[in-house]
Structure formats: C-alpha cells, structure tokens
Design a protein around this ligand. Structure first.
Ligand SMILES: NC(=O)c1ccc[n+]([C@@H]2O[C@H](COP(=O)([O-])OP(=O)(O)OC[C@H]3O[C@@H](n4cnc5c(N)ncnc54)[C@H](OP(=O)(O)O)[C@@H]3O)[C@@H](O)[C@H]2O)c1
Length: 246
C-alpha cells in the first residue's frame, strides 16, 4: 500500500468524501485548498493542508516535492455551487483551464517529486456520438463545437497529460453526474449518475489497483459501460460511507 498521497482538491465534493477512506486505509495525506479557513478544516480532518493555487506552478511544485508523494490525485474542478445555470457560461472556460494548464502543472510537479502514479477526475459524457453504451476505448468528441468544444479540449488535455507522462502510471476516472452530500443534487437525476461516495471510493481504489488507462465510473446505465472499473478496480457503484464515519 502506498504511504503518501498528495490530494489536489481535498476540500471539494469528491475530495471531502475521500478523506475518511484515506484515513481508514492508514495513508498519510497532504491536501490542497486556496483558502486558509478550509486549510484549518482539512487539518482537523487529519490532513496536512497546503494553501496553493494550481496555476502557481512554482509554489505547487515546491508543495508536491515537500510531500514526496507516492501517488498524486487530481480532484480539481472550477464549477459554481449547485451548478448555478446563470454562472455556468463563465465557468466553462475556467474549468477547461484547470483541466489543461492545471493538470500540466500538477503532472510536472508529480514527476519532479518522484511520484509513481497519478489519478485524475474526468467526465463520462465526453464520448463522440456513436453506439451506446460507450466503452473506454471509444473516441472522445474531439470535433465538438461551442461550449462543449471548450469542455472537450480541456478534457482531452487532462486525459493526455495523465495517461502520457512517463514514468507516471496514469489513471483517468470518467465520472458520470455526481449526486449526494456536497454535490448539486441529493438524488440521481441524470443519464449516468454516480453517488459521490462511490466516486470517492473509485479514486481510493485506483491508488493501488488497475492498470494505466481510463475507467468509466457510474451506476449501471445505457450510456457508458462500467464493467472495466468493476473488474479491474473491484469498484461497486453501491458503495456508501456510513454517516458516523464521514
Ligand atoms: N462529475 C460531476 O458531475 C461533477 C464533478 C465535479 C463537480 N461537480 C459539481 O460542481 C459543483 C462544485 O463542486 P466542488 O465544490 O467539489 O468542486 P469545485 O469547488 O468546483 O472543485 C473542487 C476543488 O477544486 C479546487 N480548485 C478550483 N480552482 C482551483 C485553483 N485554481 N487552484 C487550486 N484549487 C482549485 C477547489 O479548492 P478550494 O476552493 O478549496 O481552493 C475545490 O475544492 C457541485 O455542484 C458538484 O456537484 C460535478
């Protein structure tokens, strides 16, 4: 079992649900936030906090090097709380920048710090139109235009950086639409939903399990196939954290 984890986005929806699982696994976790107040909350959750912006490449590299992590986990997104429709148009390019420039900074920092593995959050609704359910080997929608085109360019950059940055072994988790504590929805409401606890569990399993590559992570649905995650990560969509352990 890996000993040291650098978790970028420890205060986010998935990051928060990963913390009890990482604690239970006995892992030592350094987690990022941009906020001093959230850093104190992370410390109270047993995490060594680092206040850093992903776009500050030098500060990020120093922070990752100081941790000497075995595994770096990328759970950063820049989306409005509750996916507030009024704010989404501005969020799309910001989120794409996190995926391209942010991932590049994080992967470079991980390599410089001697990490051996990187696990990154992607999305399960980026496939090009074609027969469903989509397997991970299906092409992404690289020709998309408009807002979807901006999102797709970010997703493709994130995935290429994660999967093609030797000597790192890269794992991309293509999540369906989140629901549950800390997310925009209490109940599954989309085409390929995934509970945030099960999403967090997939990222924890990927610390030690699964060959490099992409994995669809969603409840059984007609749009994306999830056999690979169940087979190679031992992932189960029904996984939940007992509230007394959260
Ligand atoms: N697959 C999905 O359906 C999916 C995936 C992710 C999010 N969401 C939705 O998006 C909404 C927001 O979720 P969330 O709070 O987890 O996500 P979030 O706040 O957008 O992102 C997660 C983390 O990214 C960090 N971050 C953002 N920009 C950063 C930067 N420039 N440098 C360093 N860190 C940065 C934030 O850290 P700090 O604020 O602590 O600095 C935050 O904790 C929710 O409604 C959620 O359900 C959906």
């Amino acid at each position: 079992m890996a000993q040291r984890i650098f978790l970028a986005g420890a205060a986010g929806a998935i990051g928060q649900r990963m913390l009890p699982l990482l604690r239970a696994a006995g892992l030592s976790v350094t987690g990022t936030t941009r906020s001093a107040a959230k850093a104190e909350s992370l410390r109270a959750q047993g995490v060594e906090p680092v206040v850093v912006d992903i776009f500050d490449a030098e500060a990020l590299s120093r922070a990752v090097k100081a941790t000497r992590p075995d595994v770096v986990i990328h759970q950063l997104t820049d989306l409005p709380k509750n996916l507030e429709p009024r704010l989404m148009a501005q969020a799309i390019p910001r989120n794409a920048r996190i995926r391209s420039e942010g991932t590049r900074n994080l992967v470079r920092a991980a390599i410089a710090a001697g990490a051996r593995r990187v696990v990154a959050q992607s999305i399960g609704w980026a496939y090009a139109p074609g027969p469903e359910p989509h397997a991970e080997s299906d092409p992404l929608d690289a020709d998309a235009e408009g807002d979807r085109g901006i999102t797709l360019r970010g997703v493709i950059a994130l995935e290429e950086l994660t999967l093609q940055s030797p000597p790192l072994a890269g794992i991309v988790l293509r999540y369906g639409q989140l629901y549950g504590p800390g997310t925009h929805s209490a109940q599954p409401s989309n085409l390929s939903p995934v509970h945030v606890d099960a999403a967090a569990h997939a990222a924890v399993l990927a610390i030690t399990r699964g060959g490099p590559g992409a994995y669809n992570i969603a409840q059984p649905n007609q749009h994306i196939a999830t056999e690979k995650a169940r087979r190679e990560l031992g992932w189960n969509a029904d996984f939940r954290i007992a509230e007394e352990n959260a």
